[in-house]
Design a protein around this ligand. Structure first.
Ligand code: UT7
Length: 322
């Protein structure tokens, strides 16, 4: 039986900061509304960087923290909804930029749950015996899909990337992972790709932006996150008090707060950095875990659950001993 663990983590956000007050230049909003409804104070946004650049910087840091040579990596998985190209994938571009030759590299899209899906793939691939060290990345430039005239959505998102190296362990550190999806038949959260509008004149439609029914997504999130945590606890014969902390997808502080109340967890056990970054989609979980480790919120030996929800609708959770 092969066991797995997190060998190293890293994250990166672009330098430019957009505060809540800055957003007043685009839409009728204010710091008080945004902060009390979401917990967000500011977000980092790209100026001239691409998703690849964010993924690359986070990966370098994860590889350094894993203390391995990059040539030991035999698979790269990038979770993103904002790949720079339809193809090649961001993982392919990253493989070239990192100069890691000949490895399996591909992107996945499970929206904000994407990183937990990538973790599940890496975990199972290593446990299958086929791979040894896998680089997984969540990298997003959601501001590329943002409608800056829509105050319901533009205040929520930010850009960034987080990465991890997953490898073998002599202990069962990555203990369990659950993922799932239910079709978003009511179109609660989506962004359409451009398509060929008129083949006769070869006109392609414009890039769409994010559409969201906020209240409905809020209800889904506050139902699915506690459910996923409870499923992991039950499957592993654990109680909520056995956990050191929970690292939840950073979408809205009120979603984290409501989930904590339902789970009867003290808020001091819920990691949060949403005030600085907003919702960075698939990058939110790996950035949060990296920062939780680097700030000593999460320490070696700690048992924690990371849990996400997102467009799709998708969800995922992992039970991990650091
Ligand atoms: O990966 C994406 C995942 N998405 C999410 O997790 C989003 C989940 N949903 C939410 O986080 C919340 O629903 C929001 C933060 C998006 C909205 O909060 P809410 O408490 O559900 O507010 P609401 O949409 O019901 O809007 C309340 C009021 C409305 O005004 P009226 O109709 O009551 O006059 C909105 O027009 O707040 C208004 N409003 C704003 N006001 C100032 C909406 N956005 C803003 C804004 N600034 N940015």
């Amino acid at each position: 039986m092969i066991n797995t663990k997190i060998l190293g983590t890293g994250s990166y956000v672009p330098k430019k900061i957009l505060t809540n007050n800055d957003l007043k230049a685009f839409v009728d909003t204010n710091d008080e509304w945004i902060y009390t409804r979401t917990g967000i104070k500011e977000r980092h946004i790209v100026t001239d960087e691409y998703t690849l650049d964010l993924a690359y910087e986070a990966s370098l840091r994860a590889i350094e923290s894993a203390n391995i040579d990059k040539s030991e990596i035999d698979m790269i998985v990038v979770a993103t909804v904002t790949s720079d190209f339809a193809f090649p994938s961001t993982a392919n571009l990253l493989q070239a930029k990192l100069e890691i030759e000949g490895v399996t590299a591909f992107d996945i899209n499970a929206a904000c749950s994407g990183f937990v899906y990538a973790l599940q793939i890496a975990d199972k691939m290593i446990k299958s015996g086929g791979f040894k060290k896998i680089l997984i990345v969540g990298a997003e430039i959601l501001t590329r899909l943002t409608d800056w005239r829509d105050r319901n959505t533009c205040v929520l998102f930010g850009d960034g990337a987080g990465a991890m190296v997953i490898g073998k362990s002599n202990k069962n550190n990555i203990k369990d992972i659950v993922t799932g999806s239910q079709g978003d038949t009511e179109m609660l959260l989506y962004c359409k790709n451009p398509d060929l509008k008129d083949p006769a004149v070869n006109v392609v439609s414009k890039q769409d932006h994010i559409h969201m029914k906020g209240r409905e997504v809020f209800k889904f999130a506050t139902r699915i996150m506690p459910k996923t945590v409870n499923e992991l606890l039950t499957r592993n014969n654990l109680k909520i008090d056995d956990l050191s902390c929970i690292v939840a997808h950073q979408a809205n502080m009120r979603i984290i707060d409501k989930s904590a109340r339902d789970l009867e967890v003290d808020m001091s056990k819920m990691y949060s950095n949403i005030d600085k970054y907003g919702n960075t989609s698939a990058a939110s979980i790996p950035i949060a875990i990296d920062e939780a480790i680097k700030s000593n919120f999460l320490k070696e030996g700690d048992l924690f659950i990371t849990v996400a929800f997102g467009g799709g609708l998708t969800w995922g959770g992992a039970l991990i001993e650091l």
